[in-house]
Design a binder for this molecule. Structure first.
Ligand code: GAP
Length: 450
């Protein structure tokens, strides 16, 4: 993990947030390569989830919503974690995680009183060896206020999930898109959670991005649709370069289920710090639409187009994906070290669709003629591929850099190129070098990048 964090900083994937001011705990800024990878992940997901399907549409809901949304969704009442505080250092911990780490006991779903009793009985102390306060509920939702101070000031929340905008807009989408169930709404956007114990780089942060789907179905169809999305996400994981061998599935025990879910199966990933949740898949029943119908007083029923007298509240399957965790799983999967001529070569084996750059154009020297030809090659390729042009440092150092940022192809332009109109294409993984005519480059690369 340390190697990965340091590579991400050194090469421009991910920087500590607000670094010149000493940082802000657990906040991260995505650098030139990190933001490109996040865009590639989101574009790939959006294309496959929305653009390539006729039973899906997109939405971009507001981050700030009417606070009643979060009352209806159950978040105001239940989106809490049990918090304990070290009486001396005032460091805060999730009581359930602390007990689990120290005793190995599974305490999911235990009440505050039960947790307090376990802490007392097992004499559980903080990691610094100090007494702990009694557990209390701590809201995971960030609060802020809208409107000028005084009259009209209203407490509102930063959304802890993107999901609710899709439920709240169910009727709008249904009435305007002409979709009939089964159909889904997809959304990508930021979510915010006041996590008690964030950490492990970008794995758990206070601010993160989600890609979520609410798939509206008939109740009788839920098991079939659940399984279809389960398969879909496994295939997608492979297609973006997540190592299948590091994946597993974990079904939530009944006492661990979220308040809205009848069945949840997480995709787990073996991160360097342990096997942890990567993505979720939940059968949310008709909970959300029913709640919104109740709280808003609006009719959110669906009319069967084949039988107008049949009206019902659709059920929902929700596949949910964290963008940041997806990126972390890709980084972990791609990281590789190998011995080449007695030296260690670090190489990020990204898939072509996700790599920040697909091609690097590297003139062998800064001489004007080579720069001109190099720029010509760059300008010919950068309409179709993500390209970088680099003429600084020795070619060895430039190859090393491109390996570390996972560029699948490097094209070197040399003095012979000026004579014979050919360049050398180096394959990142095999390090094989192929001499190819400049006017054949596009089709050569196209075949490889498909
Ligand atoms: N709408 C359902 C929902 O939000 P979740 O399991 O709480 O379900 C979905 O979150 C996904 O969002 C997770 O599987 C994970 O990928 C990501 N995620 C959740 N909390 C996160 C955090 N604090 N930091 C980064 N990613 C997080």
């Amino acid at each position: 993990m340390e190697k990965l964090v340091s590579l991400c900083k050194r090469r421009g994937f991910i920087f500590p947030g607000s670094e010149i001011y000493g940082g802000l705990a657990n906040s991260w800024d995505y650098g030139p390569l990190g933001v490109q990878m996040k865009i590639n992940i989101k574009n790939d997901w959006w294309k496959k989830v929305v653009e390539e399907r006729d039973d899906m549409v997109g939405l971009d809901g507001a981050i700030l919503m009417n606070p009643k949304v979060w009352e209806a969704s159950g978040h105001v009442e239940t989106f809490n974690d049990p918090l304990v505080e070290d009486k001396k250092t005032h460091k805060r911990y999730r009581a359930d995680h602390l007990i689990q780490d120290i005793t190995g006991m599974d305490v999911d779903g235990k009440s505050l009183d039960e947790l307090a009793a376990i802490i007392k009985e097992k004499d559980i102390k903080s990691p610094d060896g100090n007494e702990l306060t009694s557990p209390r509920q701590f809201s995971g939702m960030f609060e802020t206020t809208a409107g000028a101070a005084g009259e009209g000031k209203q407490v509102i929340y930063l959304r802890p999930e993107t999901a609710q905008a899709m439920f709240v807009n169910f009727k709008n989408v249904l009435d305007t898109s002409r979709k009939r169930i089964p159909f889904g709404i997809a959304q990508i956007g930021k979510a915010f959670r006041n996590e008690i114990t964030p950490g492990n780089f970008i794995f758990r942060t206070l601010e993160f991005e989600q890609m979520e789907i609410e798939f509206f179905i008939e109740e009788s169809d839920w098991e079939k649709q659940f399984e279809l999305w389960n398969k879909w996400r496994l295939n997608w994981a492979k297609s973006i370069g997540i190592n299948e061998k590091l994946l597993s599935f974990e079904e939530h025990a009944p006492e661990k289920l979220s308040h809205y879910s009848k069945k949840t199966t997480d995709v787990m990933f073996k991160f360097p710090f342990g096997v942890q949740e990567l993505w979720g898949l939940a059968y949310r029943t008709d909970y959300d639409l029913s709640q919104h119908e109740k709280f808003s007083g609006q009719n959110l029923t669906y009319t069967d187009p084949n039988d107008n007298s049949r009206k019902f509240i659709p059920h929902v399957i929700e596949p949910t994906f964290g963008v940041d965790r997806t990126l972390l799983a890709i980084l972990v999967s791609a990281y590789d070290e190998e011995e080449v001529n007695g030296e260690t070569r670090v190489v990020m084996r990204f898939k072509n669709n996700i790599a920040p750059y697909q091609i690097a154009i590297l003139p062998l020297s800064k001489k004007e003629q080579l720069s001109t030809l190099g720029k010509e090659v760059f300008n010919n390729l950068n309409k179709d591929y993500r390209c970088e042009y680099d003429e600084t440092q020795s070619i060895g150092k430039r190859y090393r850099r491109q390996d570390e940022i996972g560029t699948p192809f490097c094209i070197t332009v040399d003095f012979e190129s000026l004579e014979d109109g050919m360049v050398t294409v180096r394959d990142r993984d095999s390090m094989e070098q192929t001499r190819i005519a400049i006017d054949k480059l596009n089709s050569f690369i196209q075949d490889k990048i498909q």
